[in-house]
Design a protein around this ligand. Structure first.
Ligand SMILES: O=C(O)CCC(=O)C(=O)O
Ligand SMILES: [Fe+2]
Length: 280
């Protein structure tokens, strides 16, 4: 350990005032002064420093300490004292009985007939074990009724989510199936350059009755801002994927699909979705 030495410290105060004091390098006052400069003490700290061998005193608030000039030079690691992170809620809208019973039934039957055309899903990052489900690559008008209904309800959805109206440049759509053990781990839907203009995510759920699977809930996480990025908070909403309902939420929200349990393992008993993204 190096022995303490005398440090010449020039205090730079607001308004252009300055005062020089001499302190031992080990004096806790020196540490407090550096802290006041680097991390603006809350509440403000009052400094009282004896001058002229105690014949005078300098008194100032940490709020008015602008900087320190030291001889020899002394530098400290900046300490950040960030404000507690605020949790931003992630609202969603769920609409029930989105299609008529006949439309729902027709969609389900046509989808089940397409079983052999389904292929395993991939993620944009291709991380293994991140997503397990099947997708129908060619929809061939299958999703048309859902798309028409989305266009009808979109103004009301934006109002409910307290979002300003925007001109949708494109509505993307896909048809997926989740069977026994399938899932989609935590992700957002607009985190890559080619997905960045996705504003709203929608998921329409349809399946056979009585419900042939359990699990498969959609979990939507609240957000907080960390280093200028939206990241997920610890809190979340769990959305029940109710038959013939549709869910809308902001594509930037972190969300996941919890594992599905489908005892029969039959394709026809899957949790089906027509889901996609509305781009601004
Ligand atoms: O199936 C769901 O509930 C959500 C699917 C999803 O998050 C996605 O495909 O990006
Ligand atoms: Fe997603």
């Amino acid at each position: 350990m190096t022995p303490p030495s005398i440090v010449k410290v020039e205090l730079l105060l607001q308004g252009g005032h300055h005062q020089t004091v001499y302190l031992q390098s080990t004096d806790p006052l020196l540490q407090r002064l550096f802290q006041a400069v680097s991390a603006k003490s809350q509440p403000p700290e009052l400094f009282q420093i004896p001058l002229q061998a105690g014949h005078a005193g300098l008194c100032f608030s940490s709020q008015h300490l602008v900087g320190l000039v030291t001889e020899p030079p002394m530098y400290i690691q900046p300490t950040f004292n960030p404000a507690p992170l605020e949790v931003l809620p992630s609202p969603y809208v769920q609409m029930e009985q989105f299609l008529t019973a006949a439309e729902h039934q027709a969609l389900l039957q046509t989808t089940i007939q397409q079983e052999s055309a389904f292929v395993p899903t991939q993620t944009t990052t291709d991380t293994p074990d991140y997503r397990q489900s099947m997708i129908l690559p060619n929809l061939d008008g299958l999703a048309q009724r859902v798309m028409e209904r989305i266009e009808q309800v979109l103004p009301a959805v934006l109002t409910q989510l307290k979002l300003p109206a925007f001109q949708a440049s494109e509505i993307e759509t896909q048809l997926t199936s989740h069977n026994d053990g399938n899932f989609y781990k935590l992700h957002n839907d607009n985190g890559s350059p080619d997905t960045a203009t996705r504003e709203l995510t929608y998921v329409y759920y349809f399946y056979k009755e009585p419900k042939p699977f359990s699990g498969g809930e959609l979990r939507v996480y609240d957000s907080k801002i960390e280093n200028n990025f939206y990241v997920q908070a610890d809190s979340f909403q769990t959305v029940d994927p109710r038959n013939n309902s549709i869910v809308f939420f902001l594509s930037r929200y972190m969300h996941e699909v919890l594992p599905v349990t489908c005892p029969s393992k039959q394709f026809a008993d899957s949790r089906f979705t027509i889901n996609g993204w509305i781009r601004r």
